[in-house]
Design a protein around this ligand. Sequence first.
Ligand code: NAP
Length: 467
Amino acid sequence: MSDRLLDFTQSPLGKQIAGLIGMPTPPRLRRAKAGYEALPLTDRAVVLAGARNAELSAALVQGLDRMGATIFVSADLPGLPPIKNAAAEARVALKTEAPEAKAVHAFVFDASGIDSVAGLRQLYDFLQPRLAKLAPNGRVLIVSRAAASTDSVGAYTISMALRGFVKSLGKEIGKKGATVNLVEVNSGAEPTIAGALRFFLTEHSAYVDAQILTLNAPAAGVPDSFVLPLAGKTAVVTGAARGIGASIAETLAREGAHVIGVDRPQEEGALGATMSRINGRGLALDVTASDAGDRLLREAGPLDIVIHNAGVTRDKMLRNMPVHWWDQVLDINLGSILRINERLFDGGLNTGARIVCISSIGGISGNAGQTNYGATKAGIIGYVETLASQMAKRGGAINAVAPGFIETQMTAAMPTIPREVGRRLSSLNQGGLPIDIAEAVTFMASPLASGVNGRTLRVCGQNFMGA
Ligand code: NAP
């Protein structure tokens, strides 16, 4: 369903009228038009700075350089020496930031090493005078040490302070379609920063805003190239006939995966159409069938990527909720995932397999009338947390993506007022598109997310619900 306010305010006449009457104007988000490129930041200015004792400069300098970025630094900031040393070692040329420069694509700040309230001033000194130069659809990325990786009271406190900073800044810069995110790096996770940069600093993350993603040491090696990262992989996507699932199937195929799309037998026509577009294969299967795992294995296994996307809502206040609605939502959205995975764990997954489950911000904030749905989507968050170490032992990972308000048939069926509220109550002032979820899932399913395991990433334009 189209967003009429967005379409109107982005038209030449609409822009003028909106300006005259002070109407909110949702920004037009720039999304990726193709797969991951070798040099996505060619001709784009990235200003890199860090704290005085920053520890992650080498990974940042190399990661940005390998993306083709022109890296600008500023002599007036105290954190320059670690960046200069890292650049000299990696033979990367740095440019001096010119005061007249306009339209910076990204500001990247290495906040590792800050362990005092006074030290946090370095972040202010970097961003405050420069923020006006952030281009529309630009990026701010803060990189820090993960709170859990320190036993210093100061460092732990500051790592939490950074979360509050990012969440507040997101609400300031969203108007121009720009985003800010925080990547927390555990010890040993440094080689995985490069993959995370490719997601967070490019159009693949257009609707990911004010999120915190923690990186762990990778369970397997990190590849040198991130072009066609899923080449040679076999992926299953449930609920792939339409909506978010169809977009996930298309995006995984775009990155080289062979996709088997699963949907209920009554959706076979739509499923066939999606699968033939991407040279994939359709499998008519109800995920709640007791033999669903066996059939998946027989017809598609062993698997490298499994995306549990099929999900339904059956909303009613608990006092009025019929038991079959409770049972149906619990079984489709959560029970079937556990059963299918249990079967796949027994010889159905290749080494290094990655699983992604679709949660929802409804599982984080809760919604009246969604006790069944909220329970399943929160259950998914716990499920991926608890299975992470088991998947790491297999060299793989399990993660979740929690969509906010996404324009699909599910949300088109909502009453008008809650639908409009759902769209606007976010820093980016609009609903997301299925492709936004598909991009995040594809990132999680790929070696770009080598350091990500047991995490849930919200893709919601910083929706104010549960934020
Ligand atoms: P959708 O448009 O309703 O598509 C879901 C697909 O899953 C449909 O093709 C559906 O088939 C299929 N499905 C349902 N039950 C199934 C079963 N038992 N076995 C196999 N396939 C089944 O939904 P969507 O909006 O794309 O949502 C996809 C996922 O994102 C869901 O898990 C949803 O909870 C989650 N999510 C969506 C939003 C949003 O704003 N749209 C927000 C947060 C989370 P039928 O049509 O035959 O049922």
